[in-house]
Design a protein around this ligand. Structure first.
Ligand code: HQG
Length: 183
């Protein structure tokens, strides 16, 4: 079986965090990388071999739909998760009344003090489903789930964005809008 997971993670690293490792650039406007440059950059870097067919397979089969092509497939971008500053052109959107964020227990004290911060990324990542938050939390350690009063935040003027793959994004969740979520 062809395991594309490692290659997909490498793609995330390039498209969200460090295009420079394969000597390419990502446009600030839109966060796009040139597909030809990406393919030749990856092949030249030598860690992985890739062609258009494999890239298309990754984009289409990724379980979180992390990547998108533009219409003519000359450009590609990550749908969310960036640490580099890009403008994905997302329109702000009214969130559901509650959103969820999964984290690890060791971060709780700091989060109740400062709120949820983007840390290394451009935005705080939130999900509509608590199950997703649980999975995300488990990546970091013993999971803990916050329920966020997103509706109230929105009423008070905080902006929310929905990424192309269904992740809710916002810049900061102050402690007043956080609740412990019991399963
Ligand atoms: C925590 C995955 C201390 C925050 C997922 C998290 C997601 C604080 C960690 C996407 C804090 C950052 C993003 C504060 C937040 N003090 N810790 N004030 N505020 N934190 O990985 O949300 O599989 O950057 O709780 O599905 O875990 O990569 O963010 O634990 O959508 O596609 O700081 O990554 O997607 O960790 O995950 P991350 P995240 P992919």
């Amino acid at each position: 079986m062809k395991d594309l997971t490692k290659l997909s993670k490498y793609l995330s690293l390039i498209l969200r965090h460090n295009p420079g490792i394969i000597g390419i650039k990502i446009s600030v406007q839109g966060g796009w990388a040139d597909v030809k440059q990406l393919i030749s950059g990856i092949n030249q870097a030598g860690k992985f071999k890739i062609d258009m067919e494999t890239l298309e397979e990754i984009v289409h089969t990724d379980e979180k739909q992390r990547y998108s092509f533009n219409e003519d497939k000359t450009k590609i971008r990550a749908n969310q998760g960036h640490s580099i500053q890009v403008d994905l052109g997302l329109k702000e959107k009214e969130p559901p009344e509650f959103l969820y964020h999964g984290t690890a227990e060791r971060f709780i004290a700091s989060i109740y003090e400062k709120g949820l911060l983007p840390m290394g990324r451009q935005y705080v990542h939130l999900s509509k489903e608590e199950e997703t938050a649980l999975k995300v939390g488990k990546r970091h350690g013993k999971p803990y789930i916050f329920r966020i009063k997103a509706g109230e935040m929105h009423q008070q003027g905080y902006l929310f964005y929905l990424s192309e793959n269904g992740v809710w994004l916002t810049e900061h969740v102050p402690p007043a809008f956080l609740e412990e979520f019991f399963r």
